[in-house]
Design a protein around this ligand. Structure first.
Ligand SMILES: Cc1ncc(COP(=O)(O)O)c(C=O)c1O
Length: 373
């Protein structure tokens, strides 16, 4: 398989572990293994007694029950566990789609949502979200994009990189379009549970539509990216069968320690999510203050969910150059919009981490001294 380089991941490979202030991460603050095990009496002893053999290809049944409890009307049999959301994307695109299929992908997007299908020979059409519409994709365009060869529609709410979250009627409309046209709906929901107002949380697509595939992960809202544990929830047995059969050729099964720890974290999710939302809310206040102070330099669309936003520079310098100059001057890393296939002025800022404010102070000082105006 020939596939284009994953721009964002190559960018992180170069900078993530050496930069002083990582201000574009998309995950929430993590915790140590010890802190996680301390959340439940007896967990440390049980973890130490864990046998390290192969696990079930679909995922540990007890973990699948815990994941199913995140959804309405979904059972453990509807869940498949993977090595991160990334493996779920890879397996869906390769196992369920075929060369020549047409795919509509909500964009800008996390690159693999479009690139894996492209490399598998699918024709990818971009359903663009536009900053003028506060990053809403234009619903009236969607039906016109469907061709005879369209097989699937890919959406990502809450959205990376903009933090856009639609109101429920848009999701209902998307499901209706998918159902009317016999499409699979691949719904990347990895930022679910990070709605700033819980009342805004959308139903999962798999709850609304029997041919939807809801993608979830421990990395983002739960802050446990190092577990490399993701899943899909899907009521269509053919889709699940195809994905699990291809998993035999990728990872066979998920790491037993990760399955144990993910189950523990999901049992303790209310505390973990409340902590992460508190960090996000505090950091958002700091962002609101910064962008209102610098309205002349940046445009700011406040997100409604998640730990990322996609502001833009207003001055006549592409965000690549601004981000590169900022990194050189004070070791602050922002992710230029080009990494998401988006227009030059935008950049992604990530605010799910505790050390965010230290990076923001550097950014503020830099912006106040540099000749950007
Ligand atoms: C929208 C989206 N989907 C999937 C992924 C992949 O998640 P993971 O790294 O946990 O596999 C990411 C990671 O940034 C993402 O932003």
């Amino acid at each position: 398989m020939k596939i284009e380089p994953f721009l964002l991941e190559r960018f992180f490979a170069r900078h993530e572990f050496s930069v002083r202030h990582l201000l574009c991460a998309s995950d929430c603050e993590t915790i140590s293994l010890g802190e996680l095990l301390a959340l439940e009496p007896g967990a440390a002893e049980a973890f130490s007694a864990l046998r390290l053999g192969y696990t079930e290809t679909a995922g540990d049944p007890a973990l699948r029950r815990e994941i199913a409890a995140l959804y309405k009307g979904i059972s453990a049999d509807d869940i498949l566990v993977f090595a991160g959301a990334e493996e779920g994307i890879f397996l869906f695109m390769n196992a369920v789609l075929s060369s020549g299929d047409h795919l509509i992908v909500h964009s800008p997007c996390y690159q693999s949502l479009a690139a894996v299908a492209g490399a598998a020979g699918c024709h990818v059409a971009r359903w663009e979200a536009r900053v003028e519409d506060d990053w809403a994709p234009a619903s009236e365009q969607l039906p016109q994009m469907i061709t005879k060869a369209t097989r699937a529609l890919v959406v990502n709410f809450p959205h990376n990189p903009s933090g856009y979250l639609p109101a429920a009627p848009l999701l209902t409309e998307i499901v209706a379009v998918a159902r009317r046209n016999g499409l699979l709906l691949f719904s990347d929901e990895v930022y679910r549970f990070l709605e700033y107002d819980a009342a805004d949380r959308l139903p999962a697509a798999c709850e609304l539509y029997e041919n939807a595939i809801s993608l979830g992960v421990m990395s983002k809202a739960f802050g446990l990216a190092g577990l490399r544990l993701g899943w899909v929830a899907c009521r269509n047995p053919e889709v699940r069968r195809a994905m699990v059969e291809l998993k035999d050729y990728t990872t066979i099964c998920t790491a037993a320690p990760s399955e144990f720890l993910a189950r523990l974290a999901l049992r303790q999710r209310s505390g973990i999510l409340a902590r992460n939302l508190e960090i996000i809310r505090g950091n958002l206040e700091c962002l609101d203050e910064f962008f209102s102070r610098h309205e002349d330099l940046f445009s700011w669309q406040r997100p409604r969910a998640g730990p990322v936003a996609f502001p833009a520079v207003r001055f006549a310098v592409a965000s690549d150059d601004f981000c590169a100059a900022l990194l050189r001057a004070c070791g602050v890393l922002l992710a230029p919009g080009g990494l998401f296939g988006a227009a030059a002025p935008h950049f992604r800022i990530g605010f799910g981490r505790r050390d965010f404010k230290a990076g923001m102070e550097k950014l503020s000082r830099y912006v106040e001294q540099a000749p950007w105006g």
